[in-house]
Design a protein around this ligand. Structure first.
Ligand code: RP5
Length: 169
């Protein structure tokens, strides 16, 4: 759920134009009852704001940062350079090669400064949210239980889909 008072996850994006493409990350957090906040700030347009946000994130209770950007997608890398908390990068689709530019500029980090980059589009943004939940669940038994339950239901759902297909064919 959106909670700017006590967020456990910070979602940063380079532009408000990224939001429709990545909101599945926030939806996944909401599904698991994880409080998050969403902010627009850019590694290139507002570098000082990014640094300030990241340096204060720990003290505000944030444990994981998701960073979404497209094109010259340096936001996640810059965020990671300012913190030792886990950073998950969400490369945003662009008109250039479907977002290959975003993916490569985000995923090709130099050694020592990791960014866990998810897929461009498709299940990528949702996986970023789920990965953040999994990271938090390492120290949160109730959240871990929810994840185990989620996976059980996933299996049931796929079995149901298979059954429905068999009946249709
Ligand atoms: C990146 O540039 C943003 O993350 C966005 O994906 C892209 C375009 O931004 P706008 O020109 O739409 O603001 O920094």
């Amino acid at each position: 759920m959106k909670n700017t008072e006590n967020p456990r996850v910070g979602i940063l994006m380079g532009s408000d134009s990224d939001w429709p493409k990545i909101r599945a990350a926030a939806d996944a957090l909401a599904e698991f009852g994880v409080p998050y906040e969403v902010r627009v700030m850019s590694a290139h347009r507002t570098p000082a704001l990014v640094e300030d946000f990241v340096k204060n994130a720990d003290a505000r209770g944030i444990k994981v940062i998701l960073a979404a950007a497209g094109g010259a997608a340096h936001l996640a890398g810059v965020v990671a350079s300012h913190t030792v908390m886990p950073v998950i990068g969400i490369p945003v689709a662009t008109d250039f090669c479907g977002g290959l530019d975003s993916l490569l500029s985000m995923v090709q980090m130099p050694g020592d400064i990791p960014v866990a980059t998810v897929a461009v589009g498709g299940g990528g943004p949702r996986n970023a949210g789920l990965l953040a939940v999994e990271i938090l669940a390492v120290g949160d038994a109730a959240l871990r239980e929810k994840l185990v339950d989620f996976r059980k239901k996933l299996v049931e759902k796929i079995i149901e889909k298979d059954k429905a297909l068999q009946e249709k064919l």
